[in-house]
Ligand binder design. Sequence first.
Ligand code: SAM
Length: 248
Amino acid sequence: ESGLYVVATPIGNLGDISARAVEVLAAADLVAAEDTRHSLRLLQHFNISTPLQAYHDHSDPRALRRVTDCLAGGGAVALVSDAGTPLISDPGYRLVREVQQQGYAVRPVPGACAAIAALSASGLPTDRFLFEGFLPAKAGARSSRLQALAGATATLVFYEAPHRVAATLAAMVSCFGPDREALLARELTKTFETLRRAPLAELAGFVAADPNQQRGEIVLVVAGCREQQAAISPEVGQLLQRLAQELP
Ligand code: SAM
């Protein structure tokens, strides 16, 4: 059926692709991919020979036109990113908007998403969560963002680059306090999959002490602020935290 299919692909273990995703990729007239070389390997693995076209949100308008031309001709286009669900810290937003605006159908083909996978196995509350994606890379901007989140009561979910995870955990200890529970979810569904839940200070120590924990792909899940603490303004909260540290 004609339309744009937003297709989730595995985040590591190829067994996590859905039967429907394979069908849709094989039946599509065109696969719009974040990185065609990367997605070619995935398609080859499943013996799919659908033509690939590079697409990211800053692509040349011609890439977008090739997609809309295909849809105009009654074709089906599958959008994929390198891993997991497109548009979740990945390209596709502009394409989905444009295709909708032009009146074509957009349909999801759901599957793996690192944030949801980490959350589902975190043992932290999942009734309300806030997906924050990647924090700013610079220390100052990162601390400001964390400070702004310090009073949030929902569980927080972050993506983080391996070379920044130690610094980010240290910044979380100062902004959220040492005792907040958090989960490090590393290399999910892959050979060196690691899930470790501990209070922030302990988790920061664990990561700082072991360079192996500073490799691969990482999701951090952090418990929200407890309700009583959230009722206090961030400035007063910080003051109380500092006072508590001074007390014997
Ligand atoms: N769209 C993807 C999704 O649905 O999860 C996320 C793409 S984003 C560019 C890549 C980030 O997702 C990585 O830096 C890491 O934080 C997280 N990630 C992806 N795969 C992962 C895995 N297997 N284990 C842990 N984190 C992963």
